[in-house]
Ligand binder design. Structure first.
Ligand SMILES: Cc1cc2nc3c(=O)[nH]c(=O)nc-3n(C[C@H](O)[C@H](O)[C@H](O)COP(=O)(O)OP(=O)(O)OC[C@H]3O[C@@H](n4cnc5c(N)ncnc54)[C@H](O)[C@@H]3O)c2cc1C
Length: 401
């Protein structure tokens, strides 16, 4: 166990789960991550291992076959996994968001239909809000669902689906005008559809095409795709929660827990960068001594470790707040913002400590350097987090004069 990023007050069960996951990361993920990432290869053996550990059902209630664990347990597992390879945490993240949305907002029939198979990792979730012309401004969504008897007909193009190819259940957010006349506020005329499909690329269901993988600078191995709906027919009982017009709120609820998750990923990647930096600094000699003995490098290590600790503490605080049943959008926004910015900075410092070797694909830090920027974007950019934080602060500190 490392000295940094410890969490006080965990139960024996939480400690046992974390120790099992850490062991799995050290033995099964870290040794193969960089090679698979360079080949942009889907880590099937790792995913099978995670299924066996029950990680796909970690937060799904026990009555549906999951482990019924808290958001904190989940976030700490994500931190460990991202320490090994961030792409693997991406594979379980969208699954977790869809399972959470079903648990919170699904009808009884929807929960019984999907959650037991999601807990086993047989049904795998992805979620889709973004479109080619929008990401931050979700209210501008143009893809549309129109009622036709007992079905809805969906048309439109979606962008940036993490696990778009490998998933078999996509929560898709579209505009739906039924019952919401022209002029209804955009966020009140959106609906989440539970879209089942075959895994893979091409036409994966009549009217639904997943064109192929987007070629990315990092975060490889996990597939990120577009999704095209052209007359896609979805039965009315696959509207999440049964009622149209609730989709925006359901997705925002999902993204809120997703933010804790992205913060946890930032913590994990930063920890790994620190481990690589502190190890290299003691092996590389310049001017007659290990570079760790130069004060400038020690200062870097000190700053990196302080950032790792601070980000971890904020992430744990945000998760615990949600677990206690309280609103946590302020804490989740702050944790996501700070952890992703610190992650980028810690990775850059570790990269600099490596000198020229950091630029070589033989060194793990090169991969982390390409992965960290994704955390600045996913689940809302830094600017969007600051907008959320700022608005909430003005609510809390309303001028009384
Ligand atoms: C690898 C990857 C995986 C992803 N996975 C998913 C997924 O699974 N599902 C999904 O739905 N989406 C996913 N996304 C999309 C992601 O959520 C969006 O990229 C993100 O929300 C930003 O949207 P955008 O790219 O359209 O940028 P834009 O919204 O166009 O923003 C561009 C820039 O303008 C800034 N900006 C925007 N509005 C404001 C404002 N009001 N004030 C100040 N600055 C502003 C932004 O911060 C940013 O710097 C993924 C993206 C990536 C890169």
């Amino acid at each position: 166990m490392s000295r940094l990023a410890q969490t006080a007050g965990l139960t024996d069960v939480q400690r046992e789960i974390l120790s099992t996951v850490r062991d799995f990361v050290d033995k099964e993920i870290i040794p193969v991550a960089t090679e698979l990432e360079h080949r942009d290869e889907y880590p099937q053996a790792i995913v099978d291992g995670l299924k066996e550990l029950g990680l796909f059902g970690l937060m799904i209630p026990e009555e549906y076959g999951g482990l019924g664990e808290s958001l904190l347990t989940y976030a700490l597992c994500v931190e460990e996994i991202a320490r090994g390879w961030m792409s693997v945490s991406g594979i379980i993240n969208t699954h977790f968001i869809v399972a959470y949305m079903l648990k919170q907002h699904g009808t009884q029939e929807q929960k019984e239909h999907f959650l037991p198979r999601m807990a086993l990792g047989e049904v795998r979730g992805a979620f889709s809000m973004s479109e080619p012309a929008l990401g931050s401004d979700v209210s501008a969504i143009t893809s549309k669902a129109v009622r036709d008897g007992d079905e809805y007909v969906l048309n439109g193009q979606k962008m940036w689906l993490t696990n778009g190819g490998t998933s078999t259940l996509v929560a898709v957010l579209t505009r739906s005008d039924e019952g919401h006349p022209e002029g209804t506020a955009p966020h009140k005329s959106m609906t989440t559809f539970l879209v089942e499909k075959e895994p893979g690329f091409g036409e994966v269901r009549p009217g639904l095409t997943i064109p192929g993988k987007i070629d990315k600078m990092g975060y490889k191995g996990v597939d990120t795709t577009e999704l095209i709906m052209d007359g896609l027919r979805i039965p009315a009982n696959r509207v999440l929660g049964g009622d149209t017009g609730r989709g925006f709120y359901q997705m925002m609820d999902g993204v809120e827990v997703g933010r804790v998750n992205v913060a946890a990923r930032g913590c994990g990647v930063a920890q790994r960068a620190f481990e690589l930096g502190v190890s290299y600094a003691q092996q590389r000699h310049t001017f007659g001594k290990p570079i760790a003995q130069h004060q400038a490098i020690q200062f870097k290590l000190a700053e990196m470790a302080t950032k790792v600790e601070a980000a971890h503490a904020m992430m744990v605080n945000a998760a615990r707040k949600k677990d206690s049943g309280e609103r946590n959008d302020l804490e989740a926004g702050m944790a996501k913002y700070l952890a992703s910015e610190y992650c980028k900075e810690v990775v850059e410092d570790a990269f600099r400590i490596h000198g020229g070797y950091g630029f070589s694909k033989e060194y793990e830090i090169e991969r982390l350097y390409r992965e960290a920027p994704m955390l600045l974007i996913g689940e809302g950019t830094a600017e969007i987090q600051k907008m959320i934080i700022g608005r909430r602060l003005l609510e809390e500190y309303r001028f009384q004069g």
